[in-house]
Write a protein that binds this ligand. Structure first.
Ligand code: FES
Length: 228
């Protein structure tokens, strides 16, 4: 009768939450054994339904696959916009620029509207000074000539200095007398005169399409000076 207490003591010493042993390999019909990590195991059995679910994804689903489609749409949109801009820029060269140059000819009013000396009213709009003189150095008569405001050095626009009765270029210091003849600075030749005649209505007509250069003997041309 002595073994009965000993068996009861051994049952009391057994831990209540003993760790479970790893799952025993399961033999299949062919005799092979599988576990959770092996092909066809538990992991493979849970991955297969997920792949099937992704293949039948709802189009409205906000998953990473739809985000890639959105990025592709944006990329194509940007490409199309850049192509359209390049096409428009190329087409722009098919048309000439609009030039807003003032007309080459203009009427400058009647001779009796001018006093002797340099008149600057046409400088900004037409690029000439209208000068009235009592004795021209080339024509030896009284009248008018039209001087271009373009410096013969490098093309700047001189200023008329009434106190010194001369034109002075602000760029490199060339100086011109009111006749247009250069006398100081780097300008190599006089200012150019333009055609000036009397229009049918008695007004002074200035024509910038024709220039006269003194060094070429052109200031003696009848249309380089308007006698008055
Ligand atoms: S451009 Fe007039 S002095 Fe040089």
């Amino acid at each position: 009768m002595a073994p009965a207490p000993a068996a009861a003591g051994a049952h009391a010493a057994k831990p209540a939450t003993a760790p479970r042993p790893p799952a025993a390999p399961i033999p299949d019909l062919a005799g092979k054994t599988t576990n959770a990590a092996s092909p066809g195991g538990a992991a493979a059995r849970t991955a297969a339904p997920a792949a099937a679910k992704a293949a039948t994804r709802d189009p409205d689903d906000t998953s990473p696959l739809l985000t890639r489609r959105a990025w592709m749409g944006l990329a194509w949109g940007a490409f199309s916009a850049a192509s359209a801009a390049a096409l428009a820029a190329t087409g722009r060269f098919m048309f000439p620029n609009v030039l807003n140059e003032p007309p080459q000819q203009f009427k400058a009013g009647f001779p009796n509207e001018y006093g002797v000396g340099v008149d600057e009213r046409w400088k900004e709009k037409y690029g000439i000074w209208l000068v009235r003189t009592t004795e021209d150095i080339e024509q030896h008569a009284s009248g008018f000539y039209s001087l271009s405001v373009t410096c013969t050095h490098l093309g700047c626009t001189p200023n008329y200095l009434s106190a010194e009765n001369k034109f002075k270029c602000p760029c490199h210091g060339s100086g011109f007398r009111i006749t247009g003849v250069n006398f100081e600075g780097p300008a190599p030749r006089p200012l150019e005169r333009t055609r000036i005649v009397l229009a049918e209505d008695g007004q002074i007509l200035v024509d910038k399409s024709r220039h006269f250069q003194r060094e070429l003997g052109q200031w003696t041309d009848p249309e380089a000076f308007l006698k008055a």
